[in-house]
Every structure is written in C-alpha cells, then in structure tokens.
Design a protein around this ligand. Structure first.
Ligand code: S3P
Length: 176
C-alpha cells in the first residue's frame, strides 16, 4: 500500500472497450479508494443513457456535460475514475487531470478491442461502422492525447485481473 500523503485520484483513460470500468472497479477495491465511472455519473445526472444523450441532444451537449462531471469528480477527494474514451478531448479536463490525478492510459491492440466491442457494442461512435475502422480513426485522433498520460499500461489480450496487477505495478514504480 501507499503512504497516505501520496494518495491522489487515479484517472483511467483510453479507448472504449479497453476495460476502464471493470478494471477501475477492481483497482479501487485493491487500493481502498472509492470508484466512479464518468459515463455512469453522467447517465445518473441526465436521467438518460449515453446513447440517449447522443441521440436526443447530440455529441456537443454530451461533451459539455461530461466536462462538468469530470471537473466535479477531479476536484473531489481521491477516487479511481474510469473516464469515457473522449473525456480527455477537453482541454480543461486535461488540465484538471494533470493538477489532481495520476493518469493511466490503458492501451490495447485495436484488434483486441474491436473483437471485444464488436460482439455487443451499441456505443454511438461505433454504430453502423466496422469496429476496427472506427477504432482506427479514433486512435489516430486520440493516441497523441492519451500518450500524455502519466503512465501507459499495455493491457491488450490479458485478463482484467492481469490488467489490475500491471497498473498496480506501474503505480508503485511511479510512487503514487
Ligand atoms: C466515448 C466513449 C464512451 C462514451 C461515449 C463516447 C468516446 O465511453 O463516453 O460513447 O468518445 O470514446 P467508454 O470509453 O467508457 O466506452
């Protein structure tokens, strides 16, 4: 475990389907920190699913709400935070993350992600598209931003349990 003085929020970033929510929940349990899922907080605040927000209000309005939720969570007490894949597109969110959190980019091979999300996915940015093509487009735009995270952890292919261990190992090295 870590000295209390070094406890900060751990913000998981990366593309949809890398396991931020599942891994984040387990990581929080291991670290004894509360867990929050950005998308879920947005859904509760809006009384709608992310898909419904995209469909009825549009992406821009979703992003504005997402930024407000990120601000509130990042300025609060330390948690493990699973962010939506697009949360770091917002410059204010990135600045708050730098200020208040240790950010961890969960990175996986796009084929692995496509395989995982292709089966069940209804996410608005993938709808009606070939998952691998859509993910490639997102990666091109976002990898330069994700790569600014404090830590990068390759989680591709492995189990969620392995991803948790890999993140814990890097956090220890980082001296969170
Ligand atoms: C998005 C990712 C989703 C959700 C929304 C937009 C994105 O979150 O916020 O569909 O822009 O990458 P997850 O990364 O939790 O799937």
């Amino acid at each position: 475990s870590f000295p209390l003085s070094s406890v900060r929020t751990i913000a998981l970033v990366g593309l949809m389907g890398v396991g931020k929510s599942t891994v984040g929940r387990r990581l929080a349990a291991r670290l004894g920190l509360p867990f929050a899922d950005g998308d879920q907080v947005i859904e509760e605040a809006a009384g709608m699913t992310v898909n419904e927000i995209f469909a009825t209000r549009g992406e821009a309005e979703f992003r504005a709400g997402e930024a407000r939720v990120m601000k509130r969570l990042l300025e609060g007490s330390p948690i493990v935070l699973a962010t939506g894949g697009g949360a770091v597109l917002n410059a204010d969110t990135r600045a708050l993350m730098k200020q208040h959190a240790v950010s961890v980019w969960m990175r996986a091979d796009l084929k692995v992600i496509a395989e995982r999300v292709g089966r069940r996915d209804t996410r608005p940015l993938l709808r009606n598209r070939d998952p691998l093509t859509a993910l490639n487009d997102l990666a091109k735009a976002r990898y330069p931003i994700y790569s600014e995270a404090d830590l990068t952890v390759d989680v591709g292919g492995g189990s969620h349990a392995q991803a948790v261990e890999a993140i814990l190992k890097q956090l220890r090295r980082f001296g969170r």
